[in-house]
Ligand binder design. Structure first.
Ligand code: F6P
Length: 318
């Protein structure tokens, strides 16, 4: 029977809401929860705090993670792993919940397969690139945050009849870029998953302007190109003035949307229930409004998304 579990987090919107759900579900089973501070570094250094029902009050609406986070180089060394194991033994952790993206879930998979630690993942990344998982925590909020910024930029684009190139995050995945572009009514989007021709885009701009079109917004996924280079090329080919905006980390922060909070409640709850039921080396995922388990071995493989039909729709409507 499980008595105490640990939880490690990365940062994005919805992580605190998931912590709240996880801690309160655990409490309802009389299960203790230890919050591991600063990601895997905290596991190595034995940096843990007690999380009880009250300690997760008032955090459902907070962005980031109250446990803080870090990219740990040490955890990928043998000595770092041994120190992490010592903490797990000393603190008598019977299992771990890991909330994060591919890097965090890879760490969880390693602990399960190499050391037999019982682990359960909760996919959380604005990139939405966890394989086999439709919705990662934080992605919906990131789309909405980027969309809000884009709407504001559109005011200037329209008023001054300008071309804007906006770069969004997402690492090697075009999910965030595609959704923002479609929701924002953008003229084009450059994705890691698709080929594109800047010459063709420039031709469209010139033809559109000749028809009386006055402003253009092109979204660039960071994994495909840089806004600066794309804008410079457009100016070079058309002679038209361009402006850029690199949205950066504002997309990772902020208050979680209702969608992310509800997802967090369901995933946080399910992660604990499945750990108690004896599951390990998997992550929880929402599919057709039901919780499914995805093996971590599958989850950490590169995700191949296709955006052809959404891209066609964007072009038709722009
Ligand atoms: O994986 C989430 C993400 O925000 C990516 O979209 C981005 O490329 C990366 O992390 C930025 O990493 P860091 O915060 O370490 O600069």
């Amino acid at each position: 029977m499980l008595k105490k579990i640990g939880v490690i987090t990365r940062d994005c919107a919805g992580v605190n809401a998931a912590l709240r759900a996880l801690v309160r579900t655990a409490a309802s089973h009389g299960l203790e929860v230890a919050g591991i501070l600063k990601g895997y570094d905290g596991l190595i250094d034995g940096n843990l705090v007690v999380l009880d029902r009250r300690s997760v009050s008032g955090i459902i609406n907070l962005g980031g993670t109250i446990l803080k986070s870090a990219r740990s180089e040490r955890f990928f060394t043998e000595s770092g792993q041994q120190q992490a194991l010592n903490t797990i033994r000393e603190q008598k952790l019977d299992g771990l919940v890991v909330i994060g993206g591919n890097g965090s879930l890879s760490g969880a998979h390693l602990l399960a397969t190499k050391y037999g630690i019982r682990v359960m993942g909760i996919p959380a990344t604005i990139d939405n690139d966890v394989n086999g998982v439709d919705f990662c925590l934080g992605a919906d909020t990131a789309v909405n945050v980027a969309l809000d910024a884009l709407d504001k930029i559109r005011d200037t684009a329209t008023s001054l009849e300008r071309i804007f190139v906006i770069e969004v995050m997402g690492r090697d995945c075009g999910y965030l870029a595609m959704k923002v572009a479609l929701a924002g009514g953008c003229e084009d989007v450059l994705l890691p998953e698709h080929d594109f021709s800047l010459e063709e885009i420039c031709r469209e701009i010139e033809e559109g302007n000749a028809r009386g079109k006055v402003s253009w917004i092109v979204i660039v996924a960071e994994g495909r190109a840089s806004a600066r280079e794309v804008a410079a090329t457009i100016t070079g080919l058309t002679g038209l003035e361009t402006r850029i905006a690199v949205l950066g980390h504002i997309q990772r922060g902020g208050r979680p949307t209702a969608f992310d909070r509800i997802l967090a409640a369901k995933l946080g709850n399910a992660a604990v229930e499945y750990l108690i039921a004896g599951e390990t080396d998997k992550c929880v995922s929402l599919k057709n409004d039901r919780i499914e388990l995805v093996p971590l071995e599958t989850a950490i493989r590169p995700k191949k998304l296709k955006f052809e039909s959404e891209y066609r729709l964007l072009k038709l409507l722009s």
